[in-house]
Design a binder for this molecule. Sequence first.
Ligand SMILES: [Ca+2]
Length: 317
Amino acid sequence: MRISSLVSWSLAAVSAWAADSNEDYKSIALRTHSLSQPYLDSDMQSRWYDFGGDTIIRTDHYIRLTADRPSQTGWIFSRVPLTATNWQIEVEFKIHGKNTLFGDGFAMWLTKERGQQGPVFGSVDKFEGLGIFFDTYRNNRPGVAFPFVMAMVGDGKTTYDKGSDGKANELAGCSARGIRGAGVPTMFRLTYFQDKSLKLELQYKTEGEWVHCFETTEPPTLPPAAYLGFSAETGELSDNHDIISVAVSSLYEPQSGDKATPGNRASKSSHRLGSTKAKKSGSWLWFFTKIFLVILAVGGGYFGYTAWRANKRSHRF
Ligand SMILES: [Ca+2]
C-alpha cells in the first residue's frame, strides 16, 4: 500500500466517522401509523386507520380524500394515538386536477379529536393539537404566494381563521409554489423533538431534494394521546387530494448498554435531558478515540512501510 493512499484512506475514515457521530438519534418504524399500498387487509378493512366522508381507496394507487368535484369532504384517522416522544412523519401525497382554478387543500392532524367531519380542510374546528395545512386556495391573505403550507396549534377553543387562510394562528409556514401538479413525487417530512424543535421539509422541485419549509425552536406541546389523521375539502372549486403513503417512526437516543427503547411522552423529560448530556460527552470521547486510532494506524502503517522498504533494499544486494 502506498503511503499517500494510506493517508487518504485514513482521512476518509475520519470524515465518515465524524458524520456518524452526528447521528445521535435512531429510528424505529411504527407500523401502527404507517400506510402503504394496498392500504387494506384481505377483508377490505384497515387494521390501523379508519376512513370516512368521501374518501376513496384504490388499493393499487392512492387514498383519495377528495375527488376533483365540488363539495367533497374526506378523512382518514389512526385508530391508536401516537405516543412517541420524538417522531418523524414522512408522507407522499398528490394534489392535482383538471381545472385552472382549484381548492381548497388538505391537512395533516395530530389531535385529540379523530374522525369527525368539519369545516377546517374537512375536519373539525376548535381542535386540540397540531394541524399542518396545505392550503391551495387563497381566501384573503395578501403578500404570500400560494399554495401556502402552515402549522397551527389548537387549544380546543380557538377557531381556525379561514377568512385569512389561518394567519391569526400561524405557528410557522412557507409558500410552496409548484407543490400542486408537480412533475416529481411530492412529499413532506415533519420531524418533532419534544424538547428541541418542530421541522417541516418538502419535496416538490427535484426528487431526492428536501426544501426547508420551517423549523421552530420552541416546539408546541402536543396532547399526550394524539391521533394522526389526514383530511381534505373542496368547495365550489375542487382538486384531487391523494395520500400515497405514510411512514411514521419513533426517534430515540441510543444509550450505551441500552436496548432500543422508544420513549413515551408520559416519561419524565428531566431523565431524558440527563441522558442527552451523557450521550454528548460520550460521543466526544469516542470521536477523539477514533482520531487517536487513526493516528496509530497511519503511524503504524508508515513505520511498517519504511521497515519493509529498508528490508527490501537490504535484500537487493
Ligand atoms: Ca384557503
